[in-house]
Design a protein around this ligand. Sequence first.
Ligand SMILES: Cc1cc2nc3c(=O)[nH]c(=O)nc-3n(C[C@H](O)[C@H](O)[C@H](O)COP(=O)(O)O)c2cc1C
Length: 380
Amino acid sequence: MSVNRSVSFTGIQFDNPFLLSSAPPTESESNILRAFEAGWAGVVTKTIGLHPVVNVVGAKAKFMRTSPEDACVSMKKRPGAALHSSWNWELISDKTLDWWLPRLRRIKEAFPDRALIASIMAGSGNDKELKNWQHLARDCQDAGVDGLELNFSCPHMDRRDMGSNIGKDQGLCSVVTEAVKEAARVPVWCKLTPATADIEVEAAACFRGGADAIVSSNTFPSIPLIDPDTLEFEINVDGFVSSGGLGGPAILPLSLAKMAQMTQAFPDKSFSGIGGISDFPQALSYILLGCGTVQVCTAAMLDQAVGPNVIKRLLTGLDAFLERHAADGWTGVEDFRGLRRDRVVSQSAIRRPDASDYHSGYEVAEGYAPPQSDRVAAER
Ligand SMILES: Cc1cc2nc3c(=O)[nH]c(=O)nc-3n(C[C@H](O)[C@H](O)[C@H](O)COP(=O)(O)O)c2cc1C
């Protein structure tokens, strides 16, 4: 039986479910062209804004590693240490919209069959800002992009009405999505911050605004470690550091938990999973929870900037997985997408070692037994 790698996601056709996420691997025309040559089915551009940003002096991103000997997490390079995470305090693209537009056009002309998604960001404090979102959306779609990703997730914007501060406010999530949808002719994805208590609340707000998909996770808010010898942060400028974002393997289980919350709450909606993917097994976890596409950043940054070996591994892994499951009649991603979505249940719905019940921490007499639906799901 022949395997079919292609997926349709929010009405966009992808040769395979693997995309580069909005980040340094997609910050330039040359990177994006190289990424398509390497086999990525789609890319989300580095986030484009209307006003120029200025990044901090020195390194904008670094990698943390840990070793089996000491289990110590540090940015210091040492032999035998394995990747733990990426840490960054990079802002959105430092290139203007005018810089991006001819490049988006040329990329689309060179690779008409690959999906080019423009990540965009503006403020949300007033009508003028909402018009800025519409301006970005219109210009990017006129340049030929296949979709828009709204950045409600950058963890290091100071403005209260930008980035993850939008993603933490369900009202703003709805209002901005609705404003963009008014202007958009192409699908609109919302990239949410994982830094909220119940991410399905913000996901619901985006869907109310008309979002075609939710993307998660961006990096998790975090600060670097303090060097025990120098007593300085491992990355700092003049001794100072601000909150930045954690990505890579360390965030995989955290991001999966966020994704499970959303795919369970909205089983019929579209989700793109990000966080800690470097090979097919991690991508598979997101797909089994219900994601239709997945995106990669940290692993690609460490692999010749655009991940030529990462995409090879992902494709080989997908093919091998489908071949292994040929007897189940699986020929494509849709055949196993969401298969484990219902296996995340409340604690009290998990089987106990004997016949006794657990009542979610309540006394039986109070009558707070776990909901029947959870028990049924756990028994499946
Ligand atoms: C250096 C760096 C810059 C990033 N810039 C952006 C950005 O401009 N827009 C955005 O939506 N996400 C940005 N991200 C977040 C990534 O797209 C991705 O969501 C995150 O790194 C988690 O994926 P990973 O574990 O594969 O790295 C950036 C990440 C890094 C490490």
